[in-house]
Design a protein around this ligand. Structure first.
Ligand code: FES
Length: 147
């Protein structure tokens, strides 16, 4: 696949998550709640997660933001559902490396998240893409501490 086609494909994946966000909403009986905002633009995310036996069994988000931040939140909730806390945190580390343009294991199947790879080339947008992930990390680390 040529680079241009790959870009188009990635853009479509991002726009699909933006227009049809997965896991939008609030978990009323969620065990973890995090509010975070992007200081550069004021956009925000409200993330709720349900964690049981060290596993994220559900995750939902609400918020205001650009297409990158909201699609990233959608992809993030999709990716961590069903994962152990440690695996969700590991994924967050991988994502952060990806945003810094660092190498990550090629054979790792990141699913839709891969579509955000190109964001690493736009420093001003990295904060948009990492907002939801930082919120998830904060919530799960606090949860770990309390148990
Ligand atoms: Fe605000 Fe992207 S411009 S999160």
């Amino acid at each position: 696949m040529s680079f241009n086609n790959l870009d188009t494909l990635y853009r479509q994946v991002i726009m699909d998550h933006y227009k049809n966000p997965r896991n939008k909403g609030v978990i009323e009986d969620g065990s973890v709640t995090v509010n975070m905002n992007n200081p550069t633009c004021g956009d925000r995310i409200h993330l709720t997660m349900k964690v049981e036996d060290g596993k994220v069994i559900d995750a939902k988000f609400e918020g205001e933001g650009c297409s990158i931040s909201l699609s990233s939140a959608s992809m993030m909730t999709q990716a961590i559902k069903g994962k152990k806390i440690e695996d969700a945190l590991k994924l967050s580390k991988i994502f952060s490396n990806m945003m810094q343009g660092k190498e990550f294991e090629e054979d790792l199947d990141l699913g839709d998240i891969e579509a955000l790879q190109g964001v690493s080339k736009f420093p001003a947008r990295i904060k948009c893409a990492t907002l939801a992930w930082k919120a998830m990390e904060k919530g799960l680390r606090e949860q770990e501490k309390n148990n």
